[in-house]
Each structure stands twice: as C-alpha cells, then as structure tokens.
Design a protein around this ligand. Structure first.
Ligand code: WTA
Length: 628
C-alpha cells in the first residue's frame, strides 16, 4: 500500500524505471496455481500485450476462496433493494462461495464450459453478481449487457460474440417503474441462433412467457445444483469477460479483458486509490452492466476482501434523499459515484442531505466524465463535510481500471483535476501532428506510452479495428480518445472526448449509432448528432434531422423519432433536442462539418470558423436561425 505522497513518488518512479519488477512484486499477493514465467510481452504496433505469461489462476479463488479461512462470516455483498421497505440482504463470503458454485453448476448442467460466452442481462440483485463470478469460476466468458438496452442492441451484442446462454430476470425494478426484461430478451432471441438456453430469475413477478426447451426458471435450476464446484484453471491471458462500449462507427466494440492482469490491477487500484482499510464498507453506485461495476463493485473490492454494497434502485426514488439514506443505514465509508448523479442531487433541496447522518463517510469518488468545479465543491462541502478527500478517477472500459487519480488523503486534490497518474501508468499529451508535448503547461490529446496489466487486449473478433481505433493515431502508443491539459504542477485535467463519442449521464454513446437509429424512421432522409452542454446529464443529445417532406407537426414527429431511438438503442440514447433542417452543412466531398453543428448546438454561433469550403453555406444561416 502507498501510504504517503513521498511513497507514491518513490513507487511511481520504480514503476517507470523497472515496470517488470514493479508488477512482478504486485502479482505476488495473489493465489496462483502456477507462477508466471515472464511478466510482460508487448508490441504496441501489432498491437499485442500479455501479462504474467504462463501464470495459472482462477480469479474467483482470489475473490472468494482465499478469504474463507479469515472472513467466512464477513459480509461480502451488502444488497439494498429498490424498495426501502424490502429488507437488505447480507451475503457473507461463505454464502457467496456457495451461491457462486451453485450457479456455476447450473451453467455446467446447460453445457457451458471454459471459453463459452454467456450473456448476462439482469437487474442489480445479488444473483447477478453470483452469475458473473460463476462464469469466471468455470472459465466461461461473461458478457454483461446493461439492462437498459433495447432488444436490438441486446441481440447485436449476443450475436457479436455468439453467446450460448442468456441469464435474465422476469423484470427489473427502477424507482417506481418495472422494466420487462424477459420480454425484451424474447424479442432479441428471435434473431440469436447461438442461444440454446435462457435462465430466468424471478424478481418482479411480472407475467412472462416461457418457451419450452429453451427457457428455465432460475429457482428450479438452482435447487438441484450442488454448492461445490472446483474452479477451472485459467491461463493469465485467457478471456475473463467481454464488455461492449460505443464506438465512433455504429457497431459497438466488444472489449476483451483477460484474467491475470485484470485481477492484479483492479485490486491494486482499489486498495490504493480509495485507501481501503480492513472492515470498511465500500459503495460504488454504478450498474454492474458497465466497467465501473465490473471493476469496483465486484472484482476490485472482493479480491481485497472488502464489503461491497450493491444498490438496485435509483438516486431519486422514493425521493432525492435515497443515496444519503443508504449511506446512513449501512454506515458506508467509501462512496463512489458519477458527476451526473451529483449534479442531479445538487438541484434538490439541501434538506434531503441534512436529514441523514453521513458521518461514516471517509472517502468520496467520482467517475465517468469530467466533474465540473461547482459539483465538486457541492460534493465536498455537503456530502464530505469538508473532511473527505475526493478522488476524481479517470479511466475507461478499455483500461479496465483507474489510470489517473488522486490517492485518497495522499495526493493534494484540485477541483476538476484527475491529478496524477497511478504507478505503472505513463501518460503522454500529444499534439495533432503526433508529437509528444513535454513540460508541464500544455494541452492536447491523451495517450498512454506503456502497457498496464488490465488493458483490453483486443476487440472481440476484430483485431484490426482495435489497432485502427487505439494504436494508429499515434503509432506505438495507446490513444484514449480524450482531450487533456497539464497544469503548472503537472496535474492532469481531462477535458472530454475528442472523437465522435458523447457522454450522456455517464453513458458513452456513439453519435453514428444514434444517427443510424434516427435514420430508421421512414420520414427521415438523414441526420447528424452532436453533444451539447447539459446541466445534469453533462452532455445532451442534439439531433439535426433532414426529412423527405416538409414537417407539419414537429412535436409529433419528434416524439416518434425519440421512440425509434429508444427502441433501437435504449432510452439512454433519446435525443434531448431535435431540430428539423433542410440540409446539413457538408464539405464539397460530402463530409458533414460536425464542428459547425457542435458550435451551433453549444449556442456559440459568433465564430463558426471558415465556412467557405461548404457545398452550400446558406444552410448554416438557416440552421443558426432555427437553433434550439
Ligand atoms: C470519460 C468509465 C473526465 C472519458 C470508467 C473516458 C472521465 C470515458 C472520467 C470512458 C473522469 C471517465 N474525468 N472524464 N474522472 N472518467 N471519463 O468507458 O471521456 O464508460 O474516455 O469508462 O469517460 O467511459 P467508460
């Protein structure tokens, strides 16, 4: 553990000068069936990265079994229902072992073996955690799909990696709503030939149709499953999971993470960033359907033997004080959430915060998008009461774990700055011509110069795209897609995406993906989507839409377009603003000038830059006049 800033500096230096020794040492703290022969192989041009080569392990032995002698009766997962009246559940490490093994045996009984892909489309309940760990137990590759995606998005993800089994529930509770998960799965499975089995957890008691031979009830299956299952021996570089993230083109990218490096890195970052101390209760409010949930609800905390809180509900239900109620009820010590949640809670009367005793809190975290200074100060003052360090953690689905962040209580923080790279992380700020900017004060694009253990190894089934997306912009370096500044103290501030990805309420969305959904509406000829600053969501979705015929009822068509997007991608991608235009600003070669649309969407029309190269400059004036 890094326990002081001086130690951080020493450890950082060590990790840069002798990275092999550094990570060799870190990896010793785990249970391996066989030690590695070599720490690292890499070539960022191919690209190829392998860590702890020849090592054999099972991550669940590190997250569960090895804790049993010392903490069998400690709570591993503390679950809080959507409904405050429903009792919480405490799953001890001992119980977790049994439950995970049961689900593992259930999967085996359905013919799932090492290397098979299993799709998990489930609510935030402990069974979802059991399912994820059960896959890891038997060496199956989990592909968790956020239970807010539509049937079409789910089917795309199932088909992309050829899942054999889908684990789901009848429905999910979200505040006062019930989401009909099983019927979404039914719709998706019409087009998923690889799926042989679907196991359904009963959560909401919604009526569902069960297809004989394919669909089974979880509770029936689990009854007969033994609670003993030997963990599969995995190679360090065997696949642990696939997790989809949006890309600049329409198709989502299945990021591939492997067993050894991911385990070592998520554990190291969990302990050091949050300065986790034995006995603390850690609450990460993300959904397990995202990387934050994978790394910091499950693998990081459990590998460290922590108590991790899993919350099924939403921050605003039954009222805007729910998060703080849960903090008080479970005496949460470390609280990790997203700026979008902070901004929405900041808008509620302070009495929702003041009602609760938040004195258990020791560390606060933020993740998912840049946190604005105002939200940072509100969080610091009202939630942390000025005494809890805030860790603004920058990282990505692709990086697997936190990359740039303060260490709680150790690194001096600065609002809106992710501050300094963690040991083992070598950032570089690049200019547009591909030169690295040296010296402290500078701004450019963020790249990483050297591999770290939990980096994604490839995009499932498309290594060329992996190379093109991440390793071609700056040959020999990993390109993050983010803009970044370094200040006079060498602190890093992430300024946002520089590609065609927008982050809406912490969810990454590709503008191309939304455009192709909008274009599915029969009245739409073409569209262009950009982000615009949004008070609560961080960024909102602004769509410029060209229709075949003049629009008579704009409101009606807007709603229809929103429904189409919701149906094709999911409610998270619904445009906030839709402006009907007669044409889009295009270059003579037919490329949409997004720079101009972005400025208009931001409400900054004073200086649109050079528009003389446009095919039809008049269209810009029309768009400016109609801007919303
Ligand atoms: C953004 C989430 C600023 C960034 C873990 C990144 C952030 C993208 C921060 C990845 C932060 C994440 N400050 N921006 N602390 N954390 N981002 O894959 O643009 O869902 O590239 O992973 O979120 O989002 P993803």
């Amino acid at each position: 553990m890094v326990t002081s800033f001086k130690k951080y500096q020493e450890e950082y230096q060590k990790s840069i000068i002798t990275p092999i020794d550094f990570w060799d040492h870190q990896a010793q703290h785990f249970v391996w069936r066989r030690k590695w022969d070599k720490v690292l192989n890499y070539d960022f041009h191919k690209p190829e990265v392998q860590w702890f080569i020849g090592g054999k392990l099972n991550i669940t032995e590190n997250c569960i079994d090895r804790h049993l002698p010392s903490r069998a009766h400690q709570t591993a997962i503390l679950w809080e229902s959507n409904d405050p009246a429903e009792p919480s559940r405490r799953i001890t490490y001992q119980e977790l072992a049994k439950e995970v093994n049961r689900v593992a045996n259930m999967l085996k009984a359905h013919g799932v073996f090492k290397g098979d892909r299993v799709c998990i489309y489930m609510p935030m309940v402990p069974e979802t955690a059991f399912a994820i760990l059960a896959c890891a137990r038997i060496g199956a590759v989990h592909s968790v799909v956020f239970a807010g995606f539509s049937a079409g998005s789910l089917a795309d993800r199932i088909n992309d990696c050829g899942c054999k089994v889908v684990l789901t529930a009848d429905g999910a509770f979200r505040g006062d709503k019930k989401i009909e998960l099983k019927s979404i799965v039914d719709e998706a499975l019409k087009n998923c030939p690889s799926v042989k089995t679907c196991v359904v957890l009963n959560r909401t008691k919604l009526n569902v149709t069960m297809r004989a031979g394919r669909d089974f009830w979880w509770h029936d299956q689990i009854k007969t499953a033994s609670d003993f299952c030997v963990a599969e021996e995995m190679d360090s570089e065997d696949l642990l999971f696939i997790l989809y993230t949006s890309g600049s083109t329409g198709k989502p990218k299945g990021m591939v993470h492997t067993c050894g490096g991911y385990m070592v890195y998520t554990n190291y970052t969990f302990k050091n960033v949050f300065q986790y101390k034995e006995g603390q209760t850690f609450w990460c409010t993300a959904d397990v359907g995202w990387i934050t949930g994978h790394s910091y609800i499950l693998y990081g905390p459990l590998s460290a033997g922590a108590t991790t809180l899993m919350f099924e509900g939403v921050p605003s239900w039954p009222d805007m004080g729910r998060f703080w109620h849960v903090v008080e009820k479970h005496k949460v010590n470390i609280f990790y959430t997203a700026p979008t949640a902070i901004r929405s809670l900041e808008k509620a009367p302070l009495s929702f915060v003041e009602k609760y005793d938040l004195s258990s809190l020791q560390v606060l975290g933020s993740v998912g998008e840049p946190i604005n200074e105002e939200a940072w100060h509100w969080y610091d003052k009202n939630i942390g009461k000025g005494k809890c360090p805030i860790v603004d953690t920058w990282w990505q689905t692709e990086t697997g774990g936190i990359m740039i962040s303060p260490l709680a209580g150790i690194t001096k923080t600065k609002p809106a700055f992710a501050t300094l790279p963690l040991p083992g992380v070598q950032p570089a700020i690049m200019d547009e011509s591909g030169r690295e900017l040296t010296g402290n004060l500078c701004e450019g694009r963020l790249a990483i110069k050297f591999p770290w253990p939990s980096m994604a190894r490839t995009i499932y089934g498309d290594h060329q795209r992996f190379k093109d997306t991440y390793f071609s912009t700056f040959p020999g370096r990993y390109f993050t897609g983010d803009g970044c500044k370094r200040d006079e103290d060498g602190y890093y501030r992430i300024t946002g995406r520089v590609d065609d990805i927008i982050i809406v309420s912490g969810h990454n969305l590709g503008t191309a993906e939304i455009e192709s959904a909008i274009d599915e509406h029969s009245a739409v000829c073409e569209s262009a989507v950009v982000g615009f600053p949004h008070d609560v969501k961080g960024q909102g979705v602004y769509a410029f839409v060209v229709t075949y015929d003049p629009v008579h009822e704009e409101g009606h068509l807007r709603n229809e377009i929103k429904d189409v997007v919701s149906k094709i991608i999911g409610p998270i991608a619904k445009p906030d603003k839709i402006q009907f235009v007669s044409g889009l600003p295009k270059t003579r070669s037919g490329k949409i000038m997004r720079r101009i649309l972005r400025k208009i969407a931001e409400g900054d029309v004073s200086n649109l830059g050079d528009t003389t190269t446009l095919l039809d400059p008049a269209v810009v004036d029309e768009i400016k006049r109609g801007a919303m």
